[in-house]
Ligand binder design. Structure first.
Ligand SMILES: *Cc1c(COP(=O)(O)O)cnc(C)c1O
Length: 392
């Protein structure tokens, strides 16, 4: 058989060595602390599970759902948007359900990128922006996220010719993997840039609710004129601890929603209605678990940031997401450093290079394990003198 070129374009899997080491360590009985997982460790709130159980028993949920999401789910999304951001969306035209936001993110490229078209994507970033572009036979153009720019792409550095060839620009704030945030002034710049070059702004907003110290992440759609040029991707995964349920949504430009829905109509058949009903309960039911979740991640963040800073590091506590982005000692190779940590301490971290070239020299620590384990991790790092520049 002859496998398509596009499969060969998929970047090599960078974590193979770490995975092998992890398996070997587990076999040897090492007590692994896995700080590599971007998956909440807490259960879905009980009232959402109860809704699924009840809805699943109702035969009316058993047939094919509407492709774009049930009316009720899309209305719950627009109600949530109004409450959370003061943005009034038309649930019929400006909202579409997704089988997890990853699904919509992967498919939006098919709706906007023809062979040879450019997509402007951040580096480092969630890998799907790149593979989605490649699957559409487009060309990714990488916008470096640099510490000195607060991990925001410098739009002035994008060549005019590139910008003109581009069809869309992808952004993600609060950001995975850097934990960075963006303000409305920056979003306004992006909107002006998108209008100048006739681009779609795709904003991955998976961490919209996981913000600390009183910070509230803005939506792109709060910016004047953005709703005509922006598609914002949301997920129930991180906010409601529902990663396994596969439910998310995109909102914004009706033209973009309708283009994406043409792809989806031909690829999938929507989300199980009972899950959509549970999604409605998540969005419109009690939200009191969210402040608890935020407190929990804040405490974990503080343990990790304070712990590393006591070891001589100089990390600013991230204002959002459940990640801490940590420079390697003397910016050493991130894969070597991650392997070294695993060998010496049994701790798994993610090498930043897995998110793009500009992730080199960093590792990502996920706050998805509890405080006692995080304290244990810090102790092990201290004992092994891992973050002591001269000894790595
Ligand atoms: C977790 C995550 C997603 C995917 O979320 P799903 O809705 O579960 O598909 C998308 N983007 C980023 C940056 C993420 O970290």
């Amino acid at each position: 058989m002859r496998i398509a070129q596009r499969i060969q374009k998929v970047p090599p899997y960078l974590f193979a060595e770490i995975d092998k080491k992890k398996e070997a360590a587990i076999e040897k009985g090492v007590d692994i602390i896995n700080l590599g997982i971007g998956d909440p460790d807490q259960p879905t709130p009980a009232h959402i599970i109860n809704q699924l159980a009840e809805s699943a028993r109702d035969p009316k949920t058993h047939d094919y759902p509407p492709y774009e999401g049930t009316k009720e789910f899309r209305s719950a999304v627009s109600d949530w948007y109004l409450k959370r951001f003061g943005v009034n969306l038309n649930p019929q035209k400006e909202v579409i359900s997704l089988i997890g936001s990853k699904e919509g993110i992967a498919h939006v490229f098919l709706a906007f990128i023809d062979p040879g078209d450019i997509s402007l994507i951040p580096d480092p970033a969630y890998p799907v922006y790149k593979t989605g572009t490649l699957f559409a036979n487009g060309e990714p153009y990488y916008m470096p996220l640099l510490e000195e720019n607060g991990y925001l792409p410098d739009l002035d550095k994008i060549d005019e010719k590139i910008a003109r060839k581009a069809k869309l620009i992808f952004l993600n704030y609060p950001n995975n993997p850097t934990g960075a945030i963006a303000n409305k002034e920056y979003f306004k710049e992006v909107v002006d840039f998108a209008k100048k070059y006739d681009l779609l702004i795709c904003h991955d907003f998976a961490y919209s609710e996981l913000a600390f110290d009183g910070y509230q992440a803005p939506s792109f759609l709060e910016i004047d004129g953005a709703r005509d040029v922006c598609l914002e991707f949301h997920s129930l995964s991180k906010t409601y601890n529902m990663t396994g349920w596969r439910i998310g949504f995109a909102v914004g430009s009706s033209e973009a929603v309708s283009a994406l829905s043409i792809i989806k109509t031909n690829v999938d058949s929507g989300i199980f209605k009972a899950i959509q009903e549970a999604g409605i309960t998540a969005l419109s039911g009690p939200q009191d678990h969210i402040p608890r979740l935020i407190n929990m991640y804040t405490e974990r963040r503080n343990v990790v940031v304070d712990g590393l800073n006591q070891l001589g590091w100089n990390i600013k506590p991230p204002k959002a997401t459940f990640y801490v982005w940590v420079p390697t000692p003397n910016r050493m190779n991130a894969i070597d450093f991650s392997n070294h940590i695993l060998d010496k301490t049994g701790i798994i971290v993610t090498p930043g290079i897995g998110y793009g070239q500009h992730g080199e020299g960093y590792v990502r620590i996920a706050l998805t394990v509890d405080v006692p384990r995080l304290k244990e991790a810090i102790n092990r790092l201290k004992k092994a003198e891992i973050f002591n520049n001269n000894k790595v």
